[in-house]
Design a protein around this ligand. Structure first.
Ligand SMILES: [Zn+2]
Length: 232
């Protein structure tokens, strides 16, 4: 039976060649989205090993957070920038899911997954969702959920303003842009829960702060934050 599955796999690979999204090299059997070499060379922060780390410190005082993590370091022209660009603009949600899965496994091994009841992705506006076809942070949440065996929900939070891109804004402008952007749809799912709020990139932290404040107001028992990457 396995031979038949392998044959089908080989046949599918012939018709749809599968490439690593990090280096564009061919993927081998058992690999998906990223080759073993790219996976092993990802520039990890390892912030989850240090309670006192730059992401947590960036948000402390603005949000009552327990853990603050970014999985990877974002460098201009590096592999993380290439992966995030494909995730956001080239119809590749599988990158977010893959990175969530591998990070989720690392957290699971350290039993950190037992610290959470629910994973919530920062939402994008419905108009942006229509254009992109998916929420890149939800893809990351989905992968984390699989790796950590913690449920996730995309329906808890809603983004009500179609904010222009944050990329070239100052810290004050970013806050003005997002401070009223979110509403909580299902506060009963948040109340009393230990929530892990996730996003693709943390820059100033304004988006996470705005969304996180609503979760705190809805009575989540504990709030933590995890991002794919930290921009310097
Ligand atoms: Zn590769």
């Amino acid at each position: 039976m396995n031979n038949v599955v392998d044959l089908v796999d080989d046949f599918v690979s012939l018709i749809y060649p599968r490439y690593c999204m990090g280096c564009k090299g061919d993927l081998r059997k058992g690999e998906d989205s990223l080759c073993t070499r790219c996976l092993s060379e990802l520039p990890k922060t390892n912030y989850h090993l240090y309670p006192d780390n730059p992401v947590r410190n960036r948000l402390a005082g603005r949000l009552p957070i327990r853990f603050g993590w970014a999985y990877l370091k974002f460098r201009k022209s590096g592999i993380v920038q290439r992966l995030l660009h494909q995730l956001k603009y080239q119809n590749a949600p599988e990158i977010g899911t893959k990175l969530g899965l591998v990070f989720g496994h690392e957290l699971e091994i350290l039993t950190l997954s037992s610290c959470f009841d629910l994973i919530i992705p920062v939402p994008i506006h419905s108009e942006r969702l229509k254009v992109r076809g998916y929420n890149q942070s939800a893809a990351f949440a989905d992968g984390l959920s699989q790796g950590m065996k913690v449920p996730w929900s995309e329906s808890v939070t809603v983004r009500r303003t179609y904010a222009s891109t944050q990329t070239r804004k100052s810290r004050a402008d970013r806050w003005d842009n997002v401070k009223d952007a979110f509403v909580i749809n299902e506060s009963s799912l948040v109340y009393g829960r230990r929530v892990l709020l996730v996003d693709d990139v943390i820059t100033t932290g304004a988006t996470l702060e705005a969304c996180g404040q609503h979760l705190v107001q809805c009575g989540c028992r504990e709030l933590s934050v995890a991002c794919i990457a930290e921009a310097q």
